[in-house]
Design a protein around this ligand. Structure first.
Ligand code: NAD
Length: 301
């Protein structure tokens, strides 16, 4: 298998949300042809008008036309439904078509799904991303790629349009890596928020605190990017729902449980994010965890 997936290959793209939309636009800009689908018909219409791409009549139609099918959906149940339901992608797929799931999904679920697809002779690559909406728009994501090496290598030109691919190993390893990354990302955002809230209570200026953290050992992506861009200005509009972050932590817990490990810090962080989601709603921005923690400090709870 040496033939690379290069322009003008036809890519079926399912999921034009906050991330999928700009990622798919990068593919069009690079010369790939796209046929797209999403439950949100407004997003599909807007994308096709802006880019001249075509909308799929249904998932079978999308599958039949595509050299590669990319899914960028909220989580694994949606991916399984789109791929495996009676009238889903697999029912219309031609032999040789490659499936790439770029959503953040359960590594345990993906291992099972990749096994089922392998029996049908359809290769599945898991290639979740990090970097958020602004990196997606500039094709600057970090992409964690798991799957059979020969198939992954065929897809590298396609993935490189959306960011920098890192090969993590066999099927589901990309999803495992992503779950661990977001565990760290969620924990550091929560801890940085609590630190800034506590310092402010003592009388420190929160902007000065963030400047000092960013010149000191406490810095992280949260203090360097999320605080100055979304939290301190009060915009809370990073484009990443709090419910998706809480989901990612549940995926990390699922991985830990599957490995029979004990993870006190992960349980604590995950439970806190679940409570924040319950309080603020799935579609609150993940940076609004700051507001949630502020209310906890006020309550003394
Ligand atoms: P989103 O909710 O904005 O987009 C998901 C899209 O999938 C929506 O347009 C929705 O209509 C569509 N959809 C859902 N179920 C569907 C189905 N059955 N058939 C067709 N379309 C369906 O989410 P997002 O922020 O774009 O995130 C997508 C994935 O990427 C998630 O797994 C998320 O955890 C991950 N992720 C998000 C970010 C971010 O900054 N937003 C960053 C990295 C990774």
């Amino acid at each position: 298998m040496t033939n690379k997936i290069s322009p003008p290959a036809l890519i079926g793209f399912v999921g034009l949300g906050n991330m999928g939309y700009p990622m798919a636009k990068c593919l069009v800009a690079a010369g790939y042809q796209l046929v797209v689908a999403d439950l949100n018909t407004e997003a599909v219409e807007k994308f096709c008008t802006e880019t001249g791409s075509s909308s799929a009549q249904n998932l079978q139609d999308l599958a039949a036309k595509s050299d590669v099918v990319i899914t960028m959906l909220p989580e694994g149940n949606a991916v399984r439904q789109v791929l495996m339901s009676e009238d889903g992608i697999v029912s219309g797929l031609q032999q040789g078509t490659i499936l790439i799931d770029m959503s953040s999904c359960s590594p345990v679920g993906t291992r099972k799904l990749a096994g089922e697809l392998e029996e049908l002779d359809f290769p599945l690559i898991d290639a979740p991303v990090s970097g958020g909406v602004y990196k997606a728009a500039e094709g600057g994501l970090s992409i964690m790629v798991g799957g059979e090496k020969a198939v992954v290598e065929r897809c590298l030109p396609l993935l490189e349009v959306m960011g920098k691919p890192f090969l993590t190993g066999g099927p589901a390893s990309g999803h495992a890596m992503k779950a661990m990354n977001n565990y760290l990302s969620a924990a550091s955002l929560a801890i940085a928020s609590e630190a800034v809230i506590l310092g402010s209570k003592f009388g420190l200026n929160s902007e000065v605190m963030v400047d000092i953290l960013n010149a000191s050992t406490g810095r992280s992506n949260s203090t360097e990017h999320k605080f100055p861009t979304f939290i301190l200005p009060g915009t809370f509009n990073s484009g990443f729902f709090i419910g998706l972050m809480a989901k990612d932590l549940r995926l990390a817990r699922e991985l830990a449980e599957a490995e029979g490990t004990s993870t006190d810090i992960l349980k604590l962080v995950s439970t806190m994010w679940d409570k924040a989601e319950a309080e603020l709603g799935f579609k609150a921005d993940n940076t609004e965890v700051y507001k949630y923690l502020e209310s906890q400090v006020k309550d003394g709870s």
